[in-house]
Design a protein around this ligand. Structure first.
Ligand code: ZN
Length: 246
């Protein structure tokens, strides 16, 4: 027998709906007793964006079996929560916020590394690899691929609204409350390794003559050994950083 449930999505969850149904009641047709999570994802909202679900005005979990005529309200995590904490079904964030960015987000990954955030990225990861890195290393998945965020094993993820890398970096800082944690010159832009200061004599052979002449402070990636100094590259980097610190 075909059954119907009525969903209303609040705040940023509407970003996943077509303009026509944003903010209005969405009627979902189903048979059997699907988990409410499956219905929400079938409508288009990945579970990683959901924080509170009310079915007939009662807080329920992702595995609540949907019933005929259910009236469902779905909320994202809010900066100023309107529900008691025990309503929340999204897992608490880890102490140390780290990311894995999908293959299309090379520029965002670089921007986050510039800002000092541990961001795993390679341009040849499959979605499956990204999901397993996220799971094994407790990383938050960053992507514009809604399908990737519906991956069962994902605990944390964020769907970037913007397609522009600088805007995306801003979104991530805002969403995860990172502005106070920005620490430039901590991560290697090339490989995400940690950067340490290093004596000039140690890296002398790797430096161009002009750099030897004008600079005295050097840093080196502990992983790929790339050497950094506060040259024009650094000025460019700091411009980006200044734009993001508010
Ligand atoms: Zn490196």
């Amino acid at each position: 027998m075909l059954q119907y449930a009525h969903f209303r999505f609040f705040y940023s969850l509407n970003d996943f709906l077509s303009a026509k149904v944003q903010g209005s009641l969405v009627t979902y047709k189903f048979s059997g007793t699907p988990a409410i999570k499956d219905a929400i994802e079938a409508i288009g909202i990945p579970h990683t964006e959901v924080d509170v679900i009310l079915a007939n005005a009662e807080a329920v979990g992702f595995f609540y079996p949907l019933k005929n005529n259910d009236r469902v309200e779905v909320y994202p995590a809010l900066k100023n929560p309107v529900f008691p904490p025990y309503y929340s079904i999204s897992p608490p964030n880890t102490d140390r916020i780290t990311f894995v960015a999908d293959v299309h987000l090379g520029k965002l990954a670089k921007a986050l590394r510039i800002l000092g955030f541990d961001t795993c990225y390679q341009n040849n990861y499959s979605n499956k690899e990204i999901a397993s890195i996220a799971e094994n290393e407790n990383r938050i998945v960053l992507t514009r691929d809604v399908g990737l965020l519906k991956h069962k094993s994902l605990r944390w993820g964020y769907w970037l609204r913007s397609q522009k890398p600088e805007k995306q970096a801003e979104e991530v800082i805002e969403k995860f409350n990172l502005s106070k944690l920005i620490a430039p010159f901590k991560r290697c832009l090339a490989c995400n390794g940690e950067i340490e200061s290093v004596e000039k004599e140690v890296v002398l052979e790797e430096l161009p003559p002009k750099t030897i002449q004008y600079f005295n402070e050097f840093f080196r990636c502990s992983n790929c050994k790339k050497v950094y100094w506060r040259g024009s590259h650094y000025d460019h980097m700091m411009q980006i950083v200044r734009g993001l610190i508010k």
